[in-house]
Design a binder for this molecule. Structure first.
Ligand SMILES: [Zn+2]
Length: 136
């Protein structure tokens, strides 16, 4: 999974989440659409320094992972913003877990055990589901 959560600058990479530090540079390379990649955030996950950049033309996100200053991987990242963050929950959780999470944020009676399973799945990546839900 290579997922970037824009509102919180969180990268999820190899099942680990990392909250990024704002990049100081700006040029992140060229996108295949011909646009310029603009540096957004730096992350460190599993010993890799990872730069997230955004294309100024097609608005796609890319990652470049480095190991000891050598490029280890360049790939596309699926990004989510406030408008489609629910899609991330939908793709990541089971149907019952997703249902429970959405019912909880609607303030209705929710399936407690399905919600705690969802909470645990977030915890395993190093994320707190409650602070995440505030973004929706
Ligand atoms: Zn592009």
């Amino acid at each position: 999974m290579r997922v970037y959560i824009e509102p919180a600058n969180i990268l999820i990479y190899e099942e680990q989440a990392s909250s990024g530090k704002k990049a100081k540079g700006w040029f992140g390379g060229f996108c295949e659409c011909g646009g310029t990649l603009i540096q957004r955030t730096w992350h460190n996950i599993n010993g890799r320094d990872i730069l997230i950049s955004e294309c100024d033309r097609c608005w796609r996100f890319k990652l470049i992972a480095f190991v000891e200053y050598e490029v280890y991987e360049v790939s596309d990242v699926v990004s989510f913003n406030r408008n489609n963050l629910r899609e991330f929950f939908k793709s990541f959780l089971s149907e019952a877990e997703y249902e429970a999470v959405m019912t909880k944020i609607a303030g209705k009676n929710y399936n407690y055990s399905a919600f705690s399973r969802a909470k645990k799945r977030f915890e395993e990546m190093g994320l707190d589901i409650d602070s995440f839900l505030k973004l929706i």
